[in-house]
Every structure is written in structure tokens, then in C-alpha cells.
Design a protein. Sequence first.
Length: 266
Amino acid sequence: MNIDFALVLVVLTSVTGIVWLIDSLLFRQKRMDRLVKKNLEPTREPVLVEYSRSLFPVLLIVLLFRSFLFEPFKIPSGSMIPTLLVGDFIVVNKFSYGIRLPVLNKKIIHIGEPQRGDVVVFRFPNDPSVNFIKRAIGLPGDTITYRDKQLFVNGERVESTSDGQFKSADVKCSTPAVDAKLFDEQLGDANHQMLLHERSRSRNGQWVVPQGHYFMMGDNRDRSNDSREWGFVPEENLLGRAFGIWLNFDFEKGCADLSRVGNGIH
């Protein structure tokens, strides 16, 4: 079951804030006056009020930080190998593409747009409760062609050079067994690595990106469920740009790769 953590956080922050505010405005002073009349020492506040007063500032800070600045995500699949591995914990810049209201996801301040080559976290168009991470390949108005495992943007071939063989043994942990070829690809201003599996069939096609939408692909080109399968990502589904790895730990295997901590995402 997918839990909408943003909604839970908004509800908890609202409830604790309202309880604290109502008590401060309507009940706290009366409670103190009764104690003074009876010459009694101040006692602890009601449990609900005490917890609300303690939790509200913490929840509010977490809500603001997570909604408008940075949010952590965990990589569950190998669709972005070699850039991101299974078990990577990443940090996403939430204001790269504008400030949005939590839960409603309505943009209130325009800051920027995705650039070709950005690694983007977004809500899956077919199921917005699920978050996906892919690389932005096509911008609004672009024509994207994928033919015989070669990428073309607006009719121009995207240059790539072979960087040898990629094997799962080259990585400490958290990577599914793969045997593929590494390539360095120059996509806009982004130079990154991607994988091609020699024995996999090319998913050929041509797509024209509508206005207000983006075409996304995984760096593990032959093992990625992306825009080639389900179409374009609306601008309102964007959550932010992934920019760093703060931990790598595969809970299933009990394996960590501390060498990835602090790595940037390109």
C-alpha cells in the first residue's frame, strides 16, 4: 500500500497546530486562573495539548523543508544503472522546477524548467501515488527518435562513445546481475553514462513531445519502463531534480556501499 506521506504530514501539522492554538486562545488562561484562585501550583497541561505544543514546531519545520526545499527518496529498481543503483538514497531539489503546494502540487512560484539531461523525480502519470525517477530526454516540442538503440533528438544523433563492459561484479552490492556495455553519452549539457544490453531488442519509435510535457528514459536503456512504454510526463507531475546520494544500503541483501555517499548525480 502506498502511503501519501505528504498528506499525512500536512494533516498532523494542521491538527497539532490547531489544538495548540485553540488551547492558547481559549483554555490555557482559564486553566491558570483556576489554579491561582485555589493557590495551587501549575500542573502539567492536558496530554493532547502537551504533545501538540511539542510536536507542532518540529512537524512544521519538516513539512516546510520537505515540501519546498529538499526531499529524500530511495531507488528501488535498476532502471537508472549505472547512474543510480538499487539501494541508493538520494536527495531531490524540490524548488528546481518551481515552488508547489504540498498535496495539491499546485505551482505557486515559477523558478525554472527541466533541462535536457536532468535526472528528474516525478509522479507516474498512470498512477500518481507512485514516484518514478528517469532522465529528461525530450522537452516540449521535441521530436524523439529511438532506432536500433540509437537516440536522436530533433533529427540529430545523440553522440555516445563506448566505455567498455559493465558487470555487476564491478559494484559492491545492490545491483542486479547484468552484463552490458557502458557508454558515455552527451545529452545537452549533461555528460552521463548509460547501459545497452547486446542481446535485448531495440524498442524503436518516434514521439513528438506535447507542450507542457516531457519525455523520460532510464539510463539502463534496455531495462527501463519509461516514456517509450507509457508516454509523456505532464509538467504538473514533476517533483524535483535529483542531485546527490547520501547513502547506499540494500536492506534485502544487508549490504552497503559507503563509497557512493556524497556522490553527485549527473
